[in-house]
Ligand binder design. Structure first.
Ligand code: ADP
Ligand code: MG
Length: 318
């Protein structure tokens, strides 16, 4: 649904004599499949917004190519625009109009008749839980309500691809959870969603696949689970009631265990390939030799571990 090849953008900033060039996007290759929620995860300044604005035809690339919903970004930007919805980072609603007015206007601009626009606005208001305040000025909405109006505006013309720039930034936890459900529903309706986020948990929980971006280029791409698995594998720690050395010897012999060590406290640390299948085997092996298990825990690498491995920095800190 989206394919980019070597997409680039730089900005010149400052006065002519002291001007510097900011390389915002430095050769981006991405593939987004139809019907997936694709997440673009990276710290502030990584180039997420710049990429989204290029793909939404709002900013001409300096180089490279992209195809969005089957249309070439360079040669058919009008066709791209008709297939997409775009919700900017800061939103796009006015203070002194109502959600219904905004939605009707948006649908009209995408070619709906007056009656159809009213119908679609009403549907969008229902779908995004906005019907109760549809005729109030947007200025009076809470952050979560206003963000829902933004997203409703992005989909009222039924685009094939929806671009969401930081859809949950600044929302409280409940509104974020609500927004995730809305976005999953759009996927269930067949829409392809390309969103940016700097939240690790959002990329992990919401996105089917992600690209981690840093300094204008992708440093990793895959499903959250794949990316985490590429890192260190998974680690099982366990405590046994007695005979830790014997336990380690037995467990080291299992096919699913890469290494087993006894730590100072007498507990064991096992490197495993896939924790969820290794755990029952480990438990059975210990029972077979009569070693009593006290506790067992699975530690999986996080997306922050992935970011750290690829960039040398923690996303949390940056
Ligand atoms: N219009 C602009 N003029 C100059 N620099 C810009 C402009 N837009 C973005 N940048 C710079 O490009 C880099 C990437 O910005 P952006 O795409 O907004 O990152 P993100 O959305 O990941 O936070 C940053 O260093 C930013 O300061
Ligand atoms: Mg941004």
């Amino acid at each position: 649904m989206i394919e980019t090849r070597d997409l680039r953008k730089s900005f010149r900033t400052g006065r002519r004599r002291s001007s510097t060039t900011v390389e915002a996007v430095t050769g981006l290759d991405l593939t987004v499949a139809a019907g997936e929620i694709f997440g673009f995860l990276g710290p502030n300044g990584a180039g997420k917004t710049t990429t989204l604005r290029m793909l939404a035809t709002l900013l001409p690339p300096d180089g490279g190519d992209a195809v969005v919903a089957g249309a070439d970004l360079r040669t058919a930007p009008g066709q791209v625009r008709r297939s997409i919805g775009y919700v900017a980072q800061g939103g796009g609603t006015w203070d002194d109009v109502t959600a219904r007015e905004e939605l009707v206007l948006q649908a009209r601009m995408f070619g709906s008749s007056r009656a159809e626009a009213r119908q679609r606005a009403a549907e969008a208001l229902d779908a995004f839980d906005l019907a109760d305040y549809a005729d109030r000025h947007c200025r009076t909405y809470s952050g979560g309500q206003r963000r829902r109006v933004d997203i409703a505006l992005g989909v009222v013309h039924r685009p094939t691809v929806l671009f969401l720039d930081e859809p949950t930034s600044g929302l409280d936890p409940q509104s974020r959870a609500h927004m995730w459900d809305e976005i999953r529903r759009l996927r269930a309706d067949g829409m392809t969603v390309f969103l940016t986020t700097h939240y690790l948990d959002e990329a992990d929980a919401l996105c089917d696949r992600i690209a981690i971006i840093d300094g204008g280029r992708t440093v990793a791409e895959g499903t959250p689970a794949e990316l985490k698995r590429q890192i260190a594998g998974e680690v099982v720690t366990l405590e046994v009631a007695d005979h830790p050395a014997k336990a380690a010897e037995v467990l080291a012999g299992l096919e699913c265990v890469r290494s087993a060590e006894v730590r100072e406290a007498g507990d064991l640390r096992l490197a495993v390939d896939a924790g969820e299948t290794a755990m029952p085997r480990i438990m059975r092996a210990l029972a077979d030799v009569g070693v009593e298990l006290a506790t067992i825990e699975l530690h999986r690498p996080t997306l922050d571990d992935v970011f750290l491995t690829r960039t040398g920095r923690s996303l949390r800190e940056s």
